[in-house]
Structure formats: structure tokens, C-alpha cells
Design a protein around this ligand. Structure first.
Ligand code: FES
Length: 283
């Protein structure tokens, strides 16, 4: 299985379809507001993994209820809930997928295809049940569950092995030792400019506004882009750093993500001034 997954990650033959689908998704989901909504920016957490709980839960429940006598209506309702809720979850997933790295998109494409097969089988199951063909409905639902389980397995690989939509910056925190670390003299820091420094070999950005200084991890939570090379922009009245790679934006006075594709906030380190010297520590 590991070999198969590695081959899938390297399957360049999928790129033609993947690139076309990526263009289609980006061309359809043009509104930044809609993309941010689907990425989970408002939640500070990727939305797709949370949304898939509903169809997966409903479909697994239907599989159990289908084994019990006299539960046809309950099973039909569960299949209906799962099928209807899978559609918005799929749209959120496609929106995330379109901004993944190429090897992640290959696995994501097969993950999506397995789920489309699963969803189609469940839609067929729902139609069969509503027409009184419950035996057929059950059979299609179990086939759908098999396909969706394969899709879920690949989704797990995408997140846990390939790190898709997982915060890429959080592991940097584990490299910083406890205690306060000197970062520089306050008087030497220019106003409203991004400066890059290191704490225990971990790159951080500094942004001074008056006597307030933000110390933020430099590595972008989305795909490790260098925030120190990004631009500072005013967004909704807040100074934000915009990642130079894919445009995720993070508030400099709190680290909250304000534009995706990152669905995760960025880490800010607490600071203090001691005799004119700026110090930072782990949150
Ligand atoms: S690396 Fe993708 S937005 Fe920063």
C-alpha cells in the first residue's frame, strides 16, 4: 500500500486532468469572499474536514440501521442527509485542493474521484429507496460506503502524510526553547517594516508599530512560504502580512488568518521590553 501511495504521489499522468480541473475550480470560485468562506478562514480552521463529518456520520449510521428490522424510513432519511451534506463538503474540498502542491493534488484527485463514485452510489441508493426498492437501496449504499471509505483513506494520507491544509508553521514552535529570548534593541527596529530574525534557528518576523512589536513565525502555515518576503497591507482596518506565494493574509496584531488559502491562523510569540531590549518567548 505504501508503494502504491508513493506511485500515486508521483503519477504525472494525472496532471493533465488535474491542471484542467484546477483551472476550472479557480475560474468558478473567483470571489475571494467565497473562497475564504470555504477555506474556513472565518473559523480559523480548515472547513472541509469538519464538514465531512456529517455525510460520513450519516452514511455509517445508515449502514448500521440497514441491518435492523423495520428501520427503512430511518435508513432512507440518513442516506438523504448524507447525500445532501456531501455536496457542500465536496465544494469546500475542491476549493482547498485547487491550492495544493502538485503531488498533493494527484492524491487529492483520486480522493475526490472515489468520493464522487461514493456519492453517485448513495444518490442511486436514495432514488431506489424512495421508489420502494429497499434491497437495491441497501446494496448501493454498501457499495457507496466502500468507495467513500477508500476516499477517506486517501484524505487521511493527504492530511497526515502529505500535510495538506495542516499548519506548516506549528512544528517550528517545538524547536524554540523555553524562556525569554532576546530579539533586538527596540530603538534599532524601524516602524511599520517587516524585519526577519532568528530565535533558536527558527525564523521569525518582527513588525513595529509605535512601541508595540509583533513577533510572528515566518514560515507560512499554508505551505511554508517566507512571510518575511511578503507585503504589509491594510485589510479591514488591520495591518496584515500577505504571503508572497499564494496570498494568504494574517493580522499582524493577532495572527488571525484573514484571507486563504491558509485555513489556519499564524503563531504570534508574546513579547516584553527589558531595558530597551525586545524579548520573545513561546506562547
Ligand atoms: S505558502 Fe501558500 S499562502 Fe503562504
Amino acid at each position: 500500500m505504501r508503494e502504491l501511495l508513493t506511485k500515486l504521489e508521483q503519477a504525472t499522468a494525472l496532471d493533465r486532468v488535474g491542471d484542467r480541473l484546477q483551472r476550472a475550480v479557480q475560474g468558478t470560485l473567483r470571489s475571494q469572499r467565497v473562497r475564504d468562506l470555504l477555506h474556513g478562514v472565518w473559523l480559523g480552521h480548515p472547513l472541509h474536514p469538519a464538514m465531512v463529518q456529517v455525510p460520513v456520520g450519516a452514511w455509517i449510521s445508515a449502514a448500521v440501521v440497514d441491518l435492523l428490522p423495520g428501520q427503512r424510513r430511518a435508513a432512507t432519511a440518513l442516506v438523504g442527509v448524507g447525500t445532501a451534506s456531501a455536496l457542500p463538503a465536496a465544494v469546500a474540498g475542491l476549493n482547498d485542493w485547487a491550492s495544493l502542491a502538485r503531488d498533493q493534488r494527484r492524491v487529492g484527485l483520486v480522493h475526490a474521484a472515489a468520493n464522487v463514485v461514493g456519492l453517485s452510489l448513495y444518490a442511486g441508493s436514495l432514488v431506489a429507496r424512495l421508489n420502494g426498492r429497499h434491497g437495491m437501496g441497501r446494496a448501493l449504499a454498501y457499495l457507496g460506503l466502500s468507495a467513500a471509505s477508500g476516499g477517506a483513506y486517501l484524505g487521511g494520507h493527504l492530511a497526515y502524510k502529505q500535510g495538506a491544509q495542516v499548519s506548516q508553521s506549528i512544528s517550528e514552535l517545538h524547536l524554540i526553547s523555553d524562556g525569554w529570548h532576546p530579539v533586538g534593541d527596540l530603538s534599532s527596529l524601524p516602524q511599520r517594516q517587516l524585519i526577519t530574525r532568528e530565535i533558536d534557528d527558527v525564523s521569525v518576523i518582527l513588525y513595529r508599530h509605535g512601541d508595540d512589536v509583533t513577533v510572528m513565525l515566518e514560515r507560512c502555515p499554508h505551505q511554508s512560504g517566507p512571510l518575511g518576503e511578503g507585503e504589509v497591507q491594510e485589510i479591514d482596518g488591520h495591518a496584515c502580512v500577505v504571503c508572497p506565494w499564494h496570498g494568504s493574509a494574517f493580522r499582524l496584531n493577532g495572527g488571525e488568518v484573514v484571507h486563504g488559502p491558509s485555513g489556519n491562523d499564524q503563531v504570534i510569540l508574546p513579547t516584553r521590553i527589558v531595558e530597551g531590549r525586545l524579548e520573545a518567548r513561546l506562547p
